[in-house]
Write a protein that binds this ligand. Structure first.
Ligand SMILES: [Fe+2]
Ligand SMILES: [Fe+2]
Length: 500
């Protein structure tokens, strides 16, 4: 229960030796592939990097140089992301993340070549402006913001350093360009902390602009004197101002192609006009109400510990979509009707209830809800027990016809603080719902016992929630539950603390 505190994005699970080796070899393969692309680009455009050496090896130098550069870039990428992936928990990149980052780095390289080479050719722009100054237009702040919004802050810093080194080659490897790229990329990433709407993204760019302008002007003056300082400042400022619009333009493409879900996308998913939420509302009204309440609880819990409240609320809205089509099997949809499980064997009930997690993941993929929501759907019950059917199955367990483990959800356990908050809110809501009209004290006692049970069952072993966080989430959930359970409609007793 140690606390890596960045709230934004998922932490990655711990790995064993075999999977680490497998991941390293995958990373090496991907690095070699992407490095080869870079080397070809360097070879095509970077004559200054491949001077046609005279003498004995002159004829073969370009080829040997391209191979050597491929190996060098591959080594750099493998070492850089491999080291970070081993030692920094949140930088354990999947192959998809690595391909996304390499694609962005390539795009940045093209953008760098475009602004440096093409703008210099345009007479109206290029007149009187030193060519080197165009390097301050390389849009790395936009890309660093994008990586932070779509993956996490740790990866955005690593990406900024790696992409700066590679893109600096487009500016002939000049020191001012490299330093500017490092500084402006970091500034862009730092200002894209919480971006729930387009306005915030544009504002992040506006706030980055003065940093880029000052960085460009001071670096230009330090290395080349006063000649291009004004243009450097203007270009740096324009770069910062454009970073928001560029990130906004690239983001939907990245979300669609790589399955990411930014906070902006999450806010779009929160609208009840989404077809999946409309279905949930019409076909399983009890589950819809339960999901809205869990969303409110989870949002309060996230605010209490500095986790991501937007992710908590929206993921909670969708956490039980796997119940679509099987509404009558779940207690929140049985108001006024008999409990269908009374006429079923515990084994059959178990199969129906457990399947809502897997079905939820399938539907989330079908509707492209994005990785963050899908992961939370998969993790929202962890490997917890189906307590409501355990008593009924006790004779079978005693006869050794079934085991207690069969009545556990398949997992995985929550990997992030947001997933853990939703697990706690979900279980707490289901337990308090079954109490009817509880007093605030009864709500508090029930929430505390549910949290204790989840903690002692080891369900929070794989996430970064501290004991202090757990206490704060419990308090926030109790307060909101006490408020929302006052005077609401009764649900039946069935399923206390279960199948939420
Ligand atoms: Fe639930
Ligand atoms: Fe559930």
């Amino acid at each position: 229960m140690s606390g890596l505190r960045s709230a934004n994005r998922s932490s990655r699970p711990p790995e064993n030796g075999a999977s680490t080796r497998g991941r390293s070899s995958r990373l090496l393969g991907l690095s070699l592939g992407s490095a080869a692309v870079f080397a070809v680009l360097f070879y095509l455009w970077g004559q200054e990097l491949f001077p046609r050496a005279a003498g004995r090896w002159g004829g073969t130098f370009p080829f040997v140089g391209a191979v050597a550069l491929t190996l060098a870039v591959a080594l750099f990428l493998t070492e850089w992301f491999g080291f970070a992936g081993r030692e920094v928990r949140k930088v354990r990149l999947a192959a998809r993340d690595f391909i996304f980052l390499c694609s962005l780095a390539l795009l940045l390289f093209f953008a760098a070549k475009a602004v440096i080479d093409l703008l210099a050719e345009v007479p109206a722009v290029g007149r009187g402006v030193p060519t080197r100054v165009y390097a301050y237009l390389i849009p790395i702040p936009a890309f660093a913001m994008l990586v932070r919004v779509l993956i996490n802050s740790e990866t955005s810093i690593l990406f900024t350093v790696a992409a700066s080194v590679l893109s600096a080659a487009a500016a002939s490897g000049r020191w001012p360009a490299l330093l500017f790229l490092l500084l402006s990329g970091t500034a862009g990433a730092a200002r894209a902390r919480r971006v729930p709407d387009r306005y915030r993204m544009l504002m992040a760019g506006v706030q980055t602009a003065p940093v880029c302008a000052i960085a460009a002007a001071t670096l230009e003056y330090s290395f080349h004197g006063g000649g291009g300082v004004l243009w450097a400042g203007i270009f740096g400022c324009v770069n910062g101002l454009l970073s928001g619009p560029i990130a906004l333009a690239v983001m939907p493409v990245a979300e669609y192609a790589f399955g990411y879900a930014s906070d902006i996308r999450l806010m779009e998913l929160a609208g009840t006009g989404h077809p999946l939420l409309s279905r949930l509302m019409m076909e399983t009204p009890g589950t819809f109400h339960h999901s809205v309440v869990v969303g409110t609880l989870a949002e309060a819990g996230a605010h209490a510990i500095g986790a991501n409240p937007v992710l908590c609320r929206v993921a909670a809205l969708y956490h039980d979509i796997g119940k679509l089509g099987k509404a009558q099997y779940f207690s929140e949809n049985q108001a006024g009707t008999a409990n269908i499980h009374d006429g079923m064997t515990p084994g059959l009930s178990r199969a129906v209830i457990l399947s809502h997690v897997k079905e939820g993941v399938r539907i989330a993929g079908e509707y492209r809800l994005g990785d963050r929501i899908t992961e939370i759907i998969a993790q929202h019950h962890g490997t917890s027990l189906l307590y409501c059917f355990l008593d009924k199955a006790r004779p079978m367990i005693l006869d050794r016809k079934a085991s207690e483990e069969m009545f556990r959800y398949p997992g995985p356990k929550p990997k992030t603080r947001e997933a853990a908050i939703i697990m706690l809110a979900d279980a707490a809501e289901a337990a308090v719902r079954s109490l009817g009209h509880p007093s605030p004290q009864e709500v508090d006692e029930t929430v505390t016992s549910i949290i204790d049970r989840i903690y002692l069952d080891g369900q929070l072993n794989e996430c970064d929630l501290t004991l202090r966080d757990l206490h704060a989430v419990g308090r926030a959930v109790s307060q909101v539950l006490a408020a929302v359970s006052h005077g609401r409609v009764d649900y039946p007793e069935a399923g206390k603390g279960a199948a939420g």
